[in-house]
Design a protein around this ligand. Structure first.
Ligand SMILES: CC(C)(COP(=O)(O)OP(=O)(O)OC[C@H]1O[C@@H](n2cnc3c(N)ncnc32)[C@H](O)[C@@H]1OP(=O)(O)O)[C@@H](O)C(=O)NCCC(=O)NCCS
Length: 269
């Protein structure tokens, strides 16, 4: 019997055990940071133990599934589907008609699950790591400025971000919300986490400015960090410009979207 409940700070050890199953190589957030994640996390329990968790974000119109993991020893028992269904119910209750997520193209188990919930592939994205030593020529007139709360709707619209994505990022500890300006005009957006260090979302409209835009982020990263990671979404020219400047592909990703109103079919086994 699987139960779903809101996460609590005491679930940290289970979270730290399950998160590496995502295979992203991302560091496990600290216990302190975990406490901030609890209000957007669900856990699945079975026989008194935590056997899975899901992390989500509720934006203005869209539910964003961030993590979904079930215990390796308990796969194909319906835990992933139960967590997904619980998130879907929350999103529907909040009026979000669309939901979305990122998954690696080779993750056949997860993609099979998402397809059953009506998700389809929308576009490809890449997590790129730009080594600190990569030499990048600076671009004159390229600067980051903070995004104020009042500016969020206009910046989201100009950068093709989801409505509410910047407010949601602002609520997370330590995030820097930056707008990239080139000669005074908006040229991109970065939500940068110096603790990572990395930016996601990271948008640069003109791909040729990409390498200098990443190099400028290094100023906000802790000294000695070997690289800065950026998430390049649906922009192959920007990916290619960064690869040419010495970036390495850390992960490739498929962005999937679905309608929250699509109920999942019955279990196939
Ligand atoms: C993806 C994951 C969460 C699925 O969890 P799960 O608890 O095994 O999923 P469920 O038992 O609820 O499976 C529901 C349905 O998904 C599909 N599915 C799940 N695993 C599958 C697999 N290995 N192969 C094919 N289909 C699969 C099936 O349709 C399944 O229904 P069925 O068992 O009735 O056939 C789990 O494999 C996992 O934690 N993987 C590692 C972390 C990860 O990659 N997370 C996703 C990141 S985007």
């Amino acid at each position: 019997m699987i139960d779903i409940r809101d996460a609590e700070p005491g679930d940290y050890d289970a979270y730290a055990r399950l998160l590496p199953e995502l295979g992203t190589g991302d560091p496990v957030p600290s216990r302190e940071r975990f406490a901030d994640l609890c209000d957007r996390m669900l856990v699945a329990t079975g026989d008194g133990a935590v056997v899975g968790y899901a992390l989500f974000e509720l934006l203005a119109d869209v539910g964003y599934v961030r993590n979904l993991v079930s215990d390796r020893a308990r796969r194909r028992e319906g835990i992933g589907a139960a967590l997904l269904e619980a998130m879907r119910a929350r999103f529907v209750a909040a009026g979000a008609r669309t939901w979305c997520l990122n998954v690696r193209p080779g993750n056949h188990a997860a993609i099979a699950l998402y397809r059953r919930f009506g998700f389809t592939a929308a576009y490809g994205s890449y997590m790129l790591r730009v080594p600190r030593h990569a030499a990048v020529a600076p671009v004159a007139g390229l600067v980051y400025d903070p995004i104020t709360p009042e500016e969020e709707p206009a910046v989201e619209a100009a950068a093709g971000l989801l409505r509410g994505q910047l407010a949601s990022a602002r609520a997370k500890p330590g995030r820097m919300l930056l707008q990239l300006h080139h000669r005074g005009a908006l040229a991109g957006v970065a939500v940068f986490d110096p603790a990572f260090p990395g930016a996601f979302p990271f948008r640069v409209f003109d791909a040729s400015l990409g390498p200098a835009a990443v190099a400028a982020l290094r100023a906000f990263a802790p000294a000695g960090s070997p690289h800065v990671q950026v998430g390049v979404e649906d922009h192959d020219a920007l990916r290619d410009a960064l690869l040419a400047a010495g970036a390495e592909i850390h992960l490739d990703i498929v962005h999937m979207r679905g309608a929250t109103g699509t109920p999942p079919p019955a279990r196939s086994r």
